[in-house]
Design a protein around this ligand. Structure first.
Ligand SMILES: Cc1cc2nc3c(=O)[nH]c(=O)nc-3n(C[C@H](O)[C@H](O)[C@H](O)COP(=O)(O)O)c2cc1C
Length: 308
């Protein structure tokens, strides 16, 4: 058999393979350029950007947990203008599609970010992080209320023609309701999951291990939850689903494809092994060759539940 086909198309973004970097775990790409051949990646999603620079939360902001980590970075970033001036020129030189990740504390901020970025050269798409607290609505996250999730995605949709990925929060009872809402609002794809809210306590001092008290749990510990939610979302919507959560190797990624993900994002694993994304691409290629599968798309949504 010849080379297997790893290419996928996700909501208007064509990628040579289905492996992307998850926002916030791969900087603005350039930081990893000496470690990874960035042109071997399916897609790069940069650190979440806001209109103005943000210093994030005070330290300590990360703590290791069994099979994962908690973070309360608080979306520290350089702001959209500095990104365009300082980071985009390098990213533009890559063959790999670059996707922005945006967030705001009110709908207007999301809309402005979408407008500011829609004509930028070198941007393949925009991922909308709706896990952020809405200051206007008393701090509850946009992504935990189907109506607010709809409104924020609709506001972004009205301002941009770029492929729009809505990134969903797992801190909800029924992910299919939210997925359905953002599809109705005009999202071209959904990505999930963002981190799961958690906490850790230092017993001798009885203090929370994070200055923010709570943080977002990521890494292998969340993979079973992520898989279940991706599976549920894939059944709820027609738009493509991107799977995220605890992916450490090619077989973890395969599980997400089988439950219906069209692509995957790799986050925490980058901190353990900065080359993990390209190793996952190679592992997928090897699996397809060894199993005589000519196209990755044959795997997507192939879960055998015995219910069909
Ligand atoms: C340190 C850190 C920073 C993150 N920053 C962002 C961010 O800026 N925007 C966003 O949408 N998600 C952010 N995430 C969430 C990840 O993109 C991903 O959804 C989550 O970590 C689950 O995947 P993983 O288990 O592979 O890490 C961050 C995660 C970590 C660990």
């Amino acid at each position: 058999m010849g080379e297997p086909n790893l290419a996928v198309e996700v909501g208007g973004i064509t990628m040579k393979n289905p492996v992307m970097t998850a926002s916030g775990t791969f900087g603005y790409g350039e930081e990893f350029a000496s470690l990874v051949d960035l042109n071997k990646l399916g897609g790069i999603i940069v650190k979440g950007l806001s209109l103005k620079p943000s210093a994030g939360n005070p330290p300590p902001r990360t703590v290791e947990t069994y099979g994962g980590m908690l973070n309360a970075i608080g979306l520290e970033n350089i702001g959209i203008e500095a990104f365009v001036q300082e980071k985009l020129p390098f990213l533009k030189t890559l063959e790999t599609p670059v996707v922005l990740n945006i967030y705001g504390h009110e709908i207007k901020a999301y809309a402005e970010l979408a407008e500011r970025t829609q004509d930028l050269e070198g941007i393949a798409g925009i991922e909308v992080n709706i896990s952020c607290p809405n200051v206007r609505a008393g701090g509850s996250a946009f992504g935990t209320d189907p109506k607010m999730a709809f409104e924020v995605v609709k506001a972004v949709r009205e301002k941009t023609r770029l492929p729009l990925i809505a990134k969903l929060s797992p801190n909800v009872t029924d992910i299919s309701v939210i997925a359905h809402s953002v599809e109705k609002a005009g999202a071209d794809a959904v990505s999930l999951i963002n981190t799961i809210t958690g906490m850790a306590v230092d017993v001798p001092t009885r203090k929370p291990k994070l200055a923010n008290i709570t943080g977002g749990l990521s890494g292998p510990a969340i993979k079973p939850i992520a898989l279940r939610m991706v599976w549920e979302a894939a059944q709820a919507v027609r738009i493509p689903v991107i799977g995220i959560g605890g992916i450490m190797n090619a077989m973890d990624a395969m599980e997400f494809f089988i439950v219906g993900a069209r692509a995957v994002q790799v986050g925490t694993a980058n901190f353990v092994n900065p080359r993990v994304t390209v190793e996952i691409v190679e592992g997928l290629r090897r699996y397809l060759v060894e199993n005589n599968i000519s196209n990755i798309n044959e795997i997507i949504g192939s879960l055998r539940t015995g219910r069909q």
